[in-house]
Design a protein around this ligand. Structure first.
Ligand SMILES: NC(=O)c1ccc[n+]([C@@H]2O[C@H](COP(=O)([O-])OP(=O)(O)OC[C@H]3O[C@@H](n4cnc5c(N)ncnc54)[C@H](O)[C@@H]3O)[C@@H](O)[C@H]2O)c1
Length: 317
C-alpha cells in the first residue's frame, strides 16, 4: 500500500491507522467531514509531511471520487459510530453506513482502487447464542447499526466478485485507548466528573464484554493485511478476556481516585434496545496469523481514563 485513502481518518481509530501508515512510509489522504473527527488527532501524522487532509463527506460521490484518484488502497472507517441511536432515527445508519459504503465502492470503481479495509462490528452477531462467537456464526440482527454494517460487508463482497476489489472486513469489539471519544468508559468518566458519589449504569450491571486497546487493534489490522489470504476476508478483532460492566465502572472510579462510588443500575439485561449484553468473539482466525491482543483490558481502561482526564478536548463533545 503506497498511496492510501482513509475515510474517517480524523476519528479515534482512523487517526491511529493514519499514524501507522505514515510511519511505514505510505502517502495518506484523510477524507473526513469532521463531524466527530478532530484536527489535533492528526498533529503527529501531519508532521511527517506524508499526510494530506481533504474535508469532505463520503456521501458526496463526486468529491470523494476526485479525491480518491491515484490511490491504490482505501480504509473505510467513516461511519455513524454511535451504536445506540437507531431507535431515535432509523435512517442515520442506513445513510451513514450502508449507503456511504456503497458510495466508497463506487468511488473505488471509478478511481480503480483495488484494496479495501472495512471497519465492521461485533454487533453484526446480534445477541449470539455461542461464545466465543466465531466469524461463521449467523446472528439475527437486533439493531439497525448492526444491520447497516452487515449490509456494508455484503456489498463489499459483491463488488469484490464483480470488480476484483480485495477486502478485509474487521468485526471489532469496543476499542479503548488514546483519542477515545465515545463509549462506556467515556460516559462513566463524564458522569463521575459531574457526580463522584453515584454512578448511573445502564442495564442490570451483568453485561459482559471485551475491549481492545487501540495499539493492539491497529497491529492486528496490519497483521491480517500482510498475512491474510483470499479475496473477501472477514476477521473478528477482539480479546480473549472480557469484563463485566460493574467491574469496569469500579476500575474507572479507582483511576479517577474516587472511592466508595455507589452504582445505580437502570435495570434490564440490556443497556439499550439493540445492545448485545455479552460480547466475546473467537479470535481463532487472527491467532492463526500470529496475532492476539497483548494489553490486558484493565490496563487499557486505566490508560483511557488517564487520557480523558488529561485531554479536555477529547471530553468536550
Ligand atoms: N470505536 C469502536 O469501538 C468501534 C467498534 C466497532 C466498529 N467501529 C467502527 O470503526 C470505525 C471508526 O470508529 P471510531 O470509533 O474511530 O469513530 P469516530 O466517530 O471517532 O470516527 C469516525 C470518523 O468518521 C468521520 N465521519 C463520520 N461521518 C462521515 C461522513 N459522512 N463523511 C466523512 N467523514 C465522516 C467523523 O468525523 C470521524 O472522524 C467506524 O466505522 C465504526 O463504526 C468502531
Amino acid at each position: 500500500m503506497k498511496k492510501v485513502f482513509v475515510t474517517g481518518g480524523a476519528g479515534f481509530i482512523g487517526s491511529h491507522i493514519v499514524d501507522h501508515l505514515a510511519e511505514k512510509g505510505a502517502r495518506v489522504t484523510v477524507y473526513d467531514n469532521f463531524s466527530a473527527g478532530k484536527n489535533i488527532f492528526l498533529k503527529s501524522a501531519l508532521a511527517t509531511r506524508r499526510v494530506k487532509i481533504v474535508k469532505g463527506d463520503v456521501l458526496n460521490l463526486k468529491r470523494m471520487t476526485a479525491a480518491m484518484r491515484g490511490h491504490d488502497a482505501v480504509f473505510h472507517f467513516a461511519a455513524n459510530a454511535d451504536v445506540r441511536g437507531g431507535t431515535k432515527d432509523t435512517r442515520v445508519d442506513l445513510e451513514q453506513n450502508t449507503i456511504a459504503t456503497h458510495r466508497v465502492l463506487e468511488a473505488m470503481r471509478a478511481a480503480r482502487a483495488k484494496k479495501l479495509v472495512f471497519a465492521s462490528s461485533a454487533v453484526v452477531y446480534g445477541e449470539p447464542q455461542r461464545f466465543p462467537t466465531p466469524e461463521e456464526y449467523a446472528g439475527i440482527q437486533t439493531s439497525v447499526y448492526g444491520a447497516s454494517k452487515l449490509a456494508g460487508e455484503a456489498m463489499i463482497q459483491a463488488y469484490g466478485n464483480y470488480f476484483g476489489i480485495r477486502s478485509w472486513s474487521f468485526r471489532f469489539v469496543s476499542w479503548i485507548g488514546e483519542r477515545y471519544t465515545h463509549g462506556v468508559v467515556y460516559d462513566f468518566v463524564k458522569k463521575l466528573r459531574k457526580n463522584g458519589k453515584v454512578l448511573p449504569v445502564l442495564g442490570d450491571g451483568r453485561q459482559r464484554k471485551s475491549y481492545l486497546y487501540v495499539k493492539d487493534g491497529v497491529e492486528g489490522i496490519f497483521r491480517a493485511i500482510t498475512r491474510g489470504r483470499g479475496l473477501s476476508q472477514i476477521y473478528n478483532l477482539g480479546h480473549r478476556e472480557s469484563m463485566g460492566v460493574d467491574r469496569l465502572a469500579r476500575i474507572v472510579a479507582s483511576e479517577m481516585d474516587l472511592h466508595g462510588v455507589r452504582i445505580r443500575h437502570s435495570g434490564g439485561v440490556r443497556g439499550w434496545v439493540g445492545d448485545s449484553p455479552v460480547v466475546r468473539l473467537s479470535t481463532r482466525r487472527m491467532s492463526a496469523l500470529g496475532w492476539s491482543a497483548q494489553t490486558k483490558i484493565e490496563v487499557g481502561i486505566r490508560r483511557t481514563v488517564r487520557y480523558l482526564m488529561e485531554t479536555p478536548e477529547a471530553l468536550a463533545r
